[in-house]
Design a protein around this ligand. Sequence first.
Ligand code: NAD
Length: 338
Amino acid sequence: MTIKVGINGYGTIGKRVADAVASQKDMKLIGVTAHSYSFNTEIAKKKGYKIFTTAGDGDFKLNGIKTDGDIKNLIEEVDIIVDATPKKIAQDNLEKLYKPSKIKGIVQGGEKHQVTGVSFVAQCNYNEALNKDFVRVVSCNTTGLCRTLNAVDKAYGIESVHATMIRRGADPWDIYHGPINAIVPVLEMPSHHGPDAKSVLHSMEIFTTALSVPSTLMHLHTVIADVRKKVNVDDAVEMFKNTTRVRIVRNAEHLRSTAEIMEFARDLGRLRGDMPEICVWQEAIGITSNSHNKLLYMQAVHQESDVIPENIDCIRAMMGFKDGDKSIKMTNETFGIK
Ligand code: NAD
């Protein structure tokens, strides 16, 4: 069966999911939406993607772009929509567009868990999305936390976690958000990331704090996990090396910062220079001297791309593909990741 997929919201996340769908053997990209004309529309056209409007086609005609209909035309042709519109719009779309047309829909991490009742990270809870009509792929930060904490929990049994999210102020293209000269703490305890991680790792005791910094490249997390079994650092390194969609990076390789990791991703020849794997610094994995039951690590999260493989696996799960490990493998191959 070929799964027919549409993308609503062709921005940072939507354009990446569109390219990823187009490269899966079991999926067909029917088209993408465009809300207003931009360079994104020009690229979509160049790639041969059909373009469906969400706010009329005047803007497109003016700029010489022939569109292929509106969002309703796209909906008629697809089995499932990946909604990557800015936060809070997807909830409305789900009620007004997708439910009445009886198509399935994925929303992104900007929406609340309650919008779909199922939140998804493929390697943690693939089966929860099986045959569901609406699922939320969690945010970039929550995806990063869940991937590594799920592995730590399986290996050592987590009693509780404290993590701090040092968040990039804006995406690299974004001229509207910041800060550009401040460190801005999230003034609520816990930050929303802890409760959000529990929407996937249901029984995890996790407390998070967060702050934003003047950087656009990646987020950085510091994690302290209290675990039931004794940990040693070499085993923990192996455990992360053997975890899908997690990459160990090393000081010795001069991968000492988010800047060098992003340069590395560009040098790998990745599309858009993306790094969908969560990068854990080998030298920043440690245990405290007075206890072998406290694992500390630092990880970098490429906010623009870590959730893209998740959207692909989520499509398969919702369409009834039962083998989560196989789906992850198929998706990983198309991204060139392990
Ligand atoms: P974005 O602003 O980059 O892209 C959104 C796109 O939707 C834009 O192209 C915009 O023109 C279009 N749009 C606006 N209103 C629309 C409408 N009514 N109908 C159709 N299209 C419309 O946003 P993004 O960063 O891709 O975020 C999308 C979702 O993904 C959000 O829920 C966000 O929280 C989540 N997310 C973002 C990131 C990130 O770092 N950018 C990471 C993970 C998850």
